[in-house]
Design a protein around this ligand. Structure first.
Ligand code: AMP
Length: 214
């Protein structure tokens, strides 16, 4: 099963993608996580991506597409994947379609996790990310067992530069201008489903599973 998670930054699509990956035994591919890992490891790609990410802009399409399409060749992608944060522009969506067409495949579902902007801003300021494994939490809605410490790996949690309030506002306007058109794009292909992302995490998850099937 090939799933695309759509939604504004902070809509909770990463959290849902992680849970879906576990349920359906498919990998969770987050381009944001891939870039953050590259930044952490000081790679050339990381250095390039950082200049865009820190101001809430999108990394140029040509730096993203090959990276994702290459990842599909890994054996764990044989039964599909859940994409989180990709595609983020129409050219990326078209590049994804073209890459899949070459191997006779298509995307099965695009799930739009809908949350109004005001709620997003509120949520992002409480979001914390693990410096070790990249897991994300929320100080109020999804807290760790021990404050400031990752449940998965025990490393400390930080407020990411790109979750700072000014950057969040930028990311939201970038989202509306460049990513929101994808909703129409996948609606026209008849594979779009919308879920209310303001509900509890478990309710959102159940709504998505209802759409995808057990
Ligand atoms: P995320 O963790 O998905 O919110 O991504 C964090 C940041 O990484 C974004 O604000 C972008 O700067 C960059 N990024 C992640 N995925 C993409 C993508 N598909 N296209 C362009 N930039 C991306």
């Amino acid at each position: 099963m090939k799933i695309i998670m759509l939604g504004a930054p902070g809509a909770g699509k990463g959290t849902q993608a992680e849970k879906l990956a576990e349920k359906y035994s498919i990998p969770h591919i987050s381009t944001g996580d891939i870039f953050r890992a590259n930044i952490k490891n000081g790679t050339e790609l990381g250095k390039k991506a950082k200049t865009y990410m820190n101001v809430g802009a999108l990394v140029p399409d040509d730096l993203v597409v090959d990276l994702v399409v290459d990842r599909f060749k890994d054996p764990d992608c044989a039964n599909g994947y859940v994409l989180d944060g990709f595609p983020r522009t129409i050219p990326q969506a078209e590049a994804l379609d073209a890459a899949l067409m070459e191997i006779g495949e298509t995307v099965d579902f695009a799930i739009n996790v809908e949350v109004p902007d005001e709620k997003i801003i509120n949520r992002m300021s409480g979001r914390r990310t693990c410096v070790g494994c990249g897991a994300t939490y929320h100080i109020k809605y999804n807290p760790t067992k021990v404050e400031g410490i990752c449940d998965n790996c025990g490393e400390k949690l930080i407020l990411r530069d790109d979750d700072m309030p000014e950057t969040v506002k930028n990311r939201l306007s970038v989202y509306h201008a460049q990513t929101q058109p994808l909703i129409d794009f996948y609606n026209k292909k008849d594979i779009l489903a919308v879920v209310d992302g303001t509900k509890d995490m478990d309710d959102v998850f159940n709504a998505i599973v209802n759409i995808l099937g057990e």
